[in-house]
Design a protein around this ligand. Structure first.
Ligand code: HEM
Length: 186
């Protein structure tokens, strides 16, 4: 997780200033939580492909999960434990078959909603500052969830099949070479 977090931080250029920017604005933007939660779950429950992920009666618990996630982002300590939790979400998502394209689509919805709320409430300079901070931090989160999903998936497969990562990698390289040759557009 550490190396991946380092890459995400370096390449997105997220900084402690971004965290400070969001946390200073928390009293003004925390109130957007219920609307974010409603947008998120209305979208997922209104679409059969994603509605089927949820168990009957689960919605209130899931709403609390997302609401807490938003609150922690604005008011919690953004430290190793926070990032580790985002990585862990990837593992939970494997169990519930929440694929990464679905997670990323919803992160995009949250980000654009946040942008529109900024535009509605603040001037251009503050919108720019707040939105870019939010975007960088939530992009790092999406990266951790996606990689947490991928890495944990491979690790579980290695354990189940009883084969070592190096062996899997070598076998994959050969197979991928074969697939590339087959799939190469004419
Ligand atoms: C912006 C994208 C997303 C974020 C930030 C996010 C965040 C989270 C968090 C924080 C948890 C709780 C992990 C824990 O137990 O500590 C969680 C669990 C869960 N998420 Fe996501 N999620 C995202 C996208 C989705 C999507 C798109 C779906 C469904 C299609 C989904 C379905 C679930 C389910 C069903 C659980 C519950 C797991 C359980 O406790 O059994 N999530 N997610």
């Amino acid at each position: 997780m550490k190396d991946i977090l380092t890459n995400l931080v370096k390449l997105t250029n997220v900084s402690a200033q971004d965290v400070a920017t969001l946390q200073e604005a928390a009293p003004e933007i925390q109130g957007w939580g219920p609307e974010i939660v409603a947008l998120f779950y209305n979208t997922l429950y209104d679409y059969a492909e994603t509605a089927k992920v949820f168990k009957p009666g689960e919605r209130p618990d899931r709403e609390v999960t997302l609401s807490d996630w938003y609150t922690k982002l604005l008011t919690g300590k953004i430290d190793e434990t926070f990032w580790q939790h985002q990585w862990f979400v990837g593992l939970i998502h494997i169990k519930r078959e929440v694929r990464n394209h679905v997670m990323m689509s919803m992160m995009s919805r949250i980000q654009i909603f946040f942008f529109e709320k900024c535009l509605e409430n603040f001037d251009v300079a503050k919108t720019h500052r707040l939105f870019t901070a939010f975007k960088r931090i939530t992009d790092v989160i999406a990266g951790l969830i996606a990689e947490g999903y991928f890495e944990n998936y491979i690790t579980a497969m290695e354990t189940v099949l009883g084969i070592k990562r190096n062996l899997v990698n070598n076998m994959l390289v050969m197979e991928v070479d074969r697939m590339i040759k087959k799939a190469k557009p004419a």
